[in-house]
Ligand binder design. Structure first.
Ligand SMILES: NC(=O)c1ccc[n+]([C@@H]2O[C@H](COP(=O)([O-])OP(=O)(O)OC[C@H]3O[C@@H](n4cnc5c(N)ncnc54)[C@H](OP(=O)(O)O)[C@@H]3O)[C@@H](O)[C@H]2O)c1
Length: 202
């Protein structure tokens, strides 16, 4: 599968490692342009390339939007259209401050609904937001089981595509339902949002 990644920071890079390792082709992108990502592409190997956000969106069968909450509008605007694209959204409503991570007040609107609203016509799948970036590239198989990736989305084909991607990389995708039903379960503050934390201790 081809995966376009918009935002090659901590999480985008971790996902690029996970997906290239599984044999998928990945194009990473960010605000600093493809040249700035050349060292990362070298590290990721022959399955990786760098482009602009628009090129990454055009490249991907799945497009990952891995940008900070406060950059979601700018990143969404850097791609001319979203219609029909399968977009994996690991964005959490968190902000880095001098005092540490702060939860953004979304005024009672589910965070994934806010992000999806910036991507008209996109087939949005929420997922890969519960693991800390440094935990993701660790071995997905644990004690004869597989680490779980929770997914939510309204389009079953898009959700299947992302589930196949997760499964192929050694995870076990679990469908929690639609964006409205499932995403609040594992969005920041939801009852399943702490799922990946303990894995850091392994
Ligand atoms: N880090 C984690 O452990 C973790 C875990 C779960 C979920 N998440 C979620 O994943 C998202 C990314 O977090 P992160 O920790 O990876 O952030 P990060 O390390 O700060 O990296 C953010 C990346 O986004 C890129 N970016 C910023 N604005 C952009 C724009 N307008 N267009 C395109 N690219 C843009 C930056 O590229 P340039 O440097 O080129 O500007 C940078 O590579 C957040 O929503 C976060 O809540 C993170």
């Amino acid at each position: 599968m081809d995966v376009g990644i918009i935002g090659a920071g901590r999480l985008g890079t971790a996902l690029a490692v996970v997906f290239t390792r599984a044999g998928h082709k990945v194009m990473v992108s960010g605000t600093r342009g493809p040249r700035a990502l050349a060292p990362l592409v070298d590290e990721l190997g022959t399955n990786a390339s760098a482009g602009t956000p628009q090129e990454a969106a055009d490249f991907g069968d799945v497009v990952v939007l891995a940008v900070p909450w406060d950059q979601k509008e700018n990143a969404a605007a850097s791609v001319p259209f979203w219609q029909g694209r399968t977009v994996l959204v690991p964005v959490n409503p968190l902000r880095d401050t001098a005092a540490g991570l702060e939860v953004v007040d979304t005024g009672g609107i589910p965070p994934t609904e806010i992000v999806a609203g910036l991507l008209p016509g996109a087939l949005v799948v929420k997922g890969f937001n519960t693991y800390l970036a440094q935990a993701l590239p660790k071995e997905p198989d644990i004690d004869n089981g597989r680490r779980i990736v929770l997914l939510a989305g309204d389009d079953s084909d898009a959700k299947r595509r992302v589930a196949d991607l997760a499964d192929s990389a050694g995870f076990q995708a679990v469908d929690t339902g639609t964006l409205a039903e499932g995403a609040p379960l594992f969005d920041t503050g939801g009852p399943l949002s702490g799922l990946g934390r303990d894995l850091l201790a392994l």
